[in-house]
Design a protein around this ligand. Structure first.
Ligand code: PHE
Length: 344
């Protein structure tokens, strides 16, 4: 019986010293297992008289119970400690700044189109659209470019059939719009969209690019309306200090035709390496709508006049943001695209 007391004492100390649930389990097996010291000590029972067996049996049971109780109590303590440790380790620091979510942004060409649209919407224009797969008829013939006209060479085309092609410019929307208005002015539209030309891609050429067409038709429209409109646009788009100039040019669908330059961003007209010492940089083509085009579109050229212009948003972005290669717009390199997130 003294031995049982000793076993109990030892077991309780080991339970107390156990540092983990695993260690505690080892102690349980050691003392309460089939080959444990209590089980061992109980072998003596068969040599005892009834009274002795009763007394010894009770003590053995009490010892087992005491050890079991101590084990359970310690188990609860250790479980709690373990939980605490786990909570500590897995703690979420709610004050930590969250990971940044990058938002998508409008592509630079789209931003520029929206900016240009805003300027013209502010002048009372509406936005028109037309198909990218266009008929030869609208792309050329309605624009005073009959079959075999030498000026068709200016726009190398992707033909789908004899009569269908990818539009080479947004000008067919002029013709489509005129027909829609059924000879009734005023017309005041711009049309942004994709156009296609057979070109070898390089830093300044792309077989697919963007244009924004403008068309105004009304009574008493003159070249000075065109000039005033484009001068206003240039100042809004590039800055108050910028001026424009007209240079004579040729388009079969406008007469007279002009190319429009804006004063160079760097020298404002004085001449510098950026503008090749001309002081100006070309931004668009324009002119007074040719009477043939008005007539084919159902407008009476005796009553109505109009002006039209066509500009390239990429070219405008290149000038505004100093981009050195038109291919940058189409490679979808996010490092390029995300430099221009001023819309957000
Ligand atoms: N469509 C012409 C081009 O692509 C541009 C233009 C449009 C010129 C309208 C005059 C009037 O080159």
């Amino acid at each position: 019986m003294a031995e049982l007391h000793e076993i109990a004492k030892q077991a309780l100390t080991e339970i107390e010293n156990a540092k983990s649930l695993r260690e505690l389990n080892d102690v349980r097996i050691k003392y309460l297992g089939k080959k444990g010291p209590i089980q061992e000590a109980m072998k003596i029972m068969k040599d005892l008289d009834e009274e002795g067996r009763k007394a010894f049996g009770k003590l053995a049971n009490d010892t087992k119970n005491a050890i079991t109780e101590a084990l359970e109590a310690k188990e609860r303590v250790l479980q709690e400690e373990e939980l605490k440790r786990k909570l500590e380790a897995e703690k979420i620091d709610v004050t930590l700044p969250s990971r940044k979510q990058t938002l998508g942004i409008a592509h630079l060409t789209q931003q520029v189109i929206m900016e240009i649209e805003d300027i013209f919407l502010g002048m009372g224009y509406t936005i028109a659209e037309g198909p990218e797969v266009e008929s030869d008829y609208f792309n050329f013939e309605m624009l005073n470019l009959p079959k075999g006209h030498p000026a068709r060479d200016m726009q190398d085309s992707f033909y789908i059939t004899e009569e269908l092609l990818l539009r080479t410019h947004t000008s067919p929307v002029q013709a489509r719009t005129m027909l829609k208005y059924q000879g009734q002015g005023p017309v005041k539209i711009i049309c942004p969209g994709k156009v296609y030309r057979r070109d070898d891609d390089d830093a300044t050429h792309s077989h697919q690019f963007l244009q924004i067409e403008g068309l105004v038709i009304d009574e008493k429209i003159t070249m000075s309306d065109l000039k005033g409109t484009l001068a206003y646009f240039a100042k809004k788009m590039f800055g108050e200090e910028r001026e424009i100039r007209f240079r004579p040019s040729f388009f079969p669908f406008t007469e007279p035709s002009v190319e429009v330059d804006v004063t160079c961003a760097k020298c404002l007209g004085k001449g510098c390496p950026m503008c090749k010492h001309t002081g100006y940089i070309e931004i668009l083509g324009a002119g007074m709508v040719h009477p043939n085009v008005l007539r084919m579109g159902g407008f009476d050229p005796e009553k109505y006049q109009g002006f039209a212009f066509g500009m390239g948003p990429e070219r405008i972005a290149i000038l505004k943001y100093g981009i050195d290669d038109i291919r940058q717009f189409y490679t979808n390199d996010l490092r390029f695209n995300h430099q221009f997130n001023r819309m957000l």
